[in-house]
Structures are given as structure tokens and as C-alpha cells.
Design a protein around this ligand. Structure first.
Ligand code: IMP
Length: 187
């Protein structure tokens, strides 16, 4: 992708880094209050949540450990079932921890609902989901995160860790991806 297309694909900033920073401070304070004195493990699913996790964990002021997972999910569109394969697992035995799953976005909700089920089978002391973004209009399974930083409309977003074809993760703000860009320049 050349520089012109790269910039053209970024339709506009939806949520600025300052807005993100403010919400992270609020939710980080909530988590710090709730889990003070408890063994806390923040878990992120790579790669989309890596930027959010880096900022979020620094807004948590109580002792906590950090863990990362990589998963791949498969869905059968004819039946509403799916599988989640764990490609990289946690080092920690989560039965000794209160787990906070730090996610980038809840879209259809399928991956996260399967992952939450898998993690609950390991008997954590408690488990909750914090998501940076929520697109409730896109939901196909009944799944609700416990804490949502921003609820957005059904738009494809990039930046702040979120990608399109592995690009744009390094944008500092959350922007809308212009799906029609190529059509605009060829007509
Ligand atoms: P779902 O909730 O199982 O549909 O999957 C959520 C995953 O899809 C997220 O973790 C993202 O990796 C990806 N995703 C969904 N919507 C977007 C978006 O707007 N931008 C970038 N990635 C997205």
C-alpha cells in the first residue's frame, strides 16, 4: 500500500488519544478499587489489544500480573456454534487469580463468549471482561462485556492496536477505515 492510499484509507478520527486516556484513567481507577488486596491477573488477547493493555495496565495502581493469549476461532455459519483454539496460553494457573480480560473490541461476540467459557472451566477466583470498544449492533451471540470504554456504531475501525490487514495498528487514535477508498480514486 503506497502512502497516498494509506492516508486515504484513514477516513477520520473517531476517538482521540486524549479521550482514550481519560476513559482509561476512569476504568483503571475502578479496577484498582475493586481488586485492591486481591491476586489480580490482567489478560489480553493478541494482537488487537496490545496497545490498550499497555496503557490500561499503567492506569491500574494495585499489584497485578499480566498475561497474553493468542486464539483462533472457527465458526460454522449454518449452525450457531464454534470452536476456539488456543495458540498461545497463559503461564499462570488462573484458579489462583481474579482475572480481568482486557479486550480491544466486541463485535459479533463469538470469539469472546467462547474464550470466556474456556477460561471459566479453569475456575478463576472471578472473571470479568473490560473492552475498549463495543459494537452492539453487530452482535450475533448474547454476550455483554462487564465494562465498556466506548460504544460505537457499526463501522470498521483501525488504530490504537486495531488493524486492517495487519496495518494501521500503530495509529495513536481510533479512526474509521475507508472501505470505499479505491472506488473513489479509480472513477
Ligand atoms: P468477534 O466479536 O468474535 O466478532 O471478534 C472480534 C474480533 O474481530 C476483534 O478482536 C477484532 O480483532 C476483530 N474486529 C472486529 N471489528 C473490528 C474493527 O472494526 N476493526 C478491527 N478489528 C475488528
Amino acid at each position: 500500500m503506497d502512502m497516498q492510499e494509506y492516508q486515504g484509507r484513514i477516513k477520520g478520527v473517531l476517538i482521540t488519544k486524549e479521550e482514550i486516556r481519560r476513559r482509561i484513567a476512569e476504568v483503571g481507577a475502578e479496577i484498582s478499587k475493586e481488586y485492591e488486596g486481591k491476586p489480580l491477573l490482567l489478560v489480553s488477547v493478541l494482537k488487537g489489544a496490545f496497545v490498550f493493555m499497555a496503557d490500561f495496565c499503567r492506569a491500574v495502581t494495585v499489584p497485578c500480573e499480566i498475561g497474553f493469549m493468542r486464539v483462533r476461532s472457527y465458526f460454522d455459519s449454518t449452525v450457531s456454534s464454534g470452536e476456539v483454539e488456543i495458540l498461545m496460553d497463559l503461564d499462570q494457573d488462573i484458579s489462583n487469580y481474579h482475572v480481568v480480560l482486557v479486550e480491544d473490541i466486541v463485535d459479533t461476540g463469538r470469539t469472546l463468549s467462547l474464550l470466556v467459557e474456556r477460561l471459566k472451566q479453569r475456575n478463576p477466583l472471578s472473571l470479568e471482561v473490560v473492552t475498549l470498544l463495543d459494537k452492539p449492533d453487530r452482535r450475533v451471540v448474547d454476550f455483554q462485556a462487564d465494562r465498556v470504554l466506548f460504544t460505537i456504531e457499526d463501522r470498521f475501525v483501525i488504530g490504537y492496536g486495531l488493524d486492517c490487514g495487519e496495518l494501521f495498528r500503530n495509529l495513536p487514535d481510533i479512526a474509521e477505515y475507508d472501505v470505499d477508498y479505491a472506488a473513489e480514486v479509480t472513477v
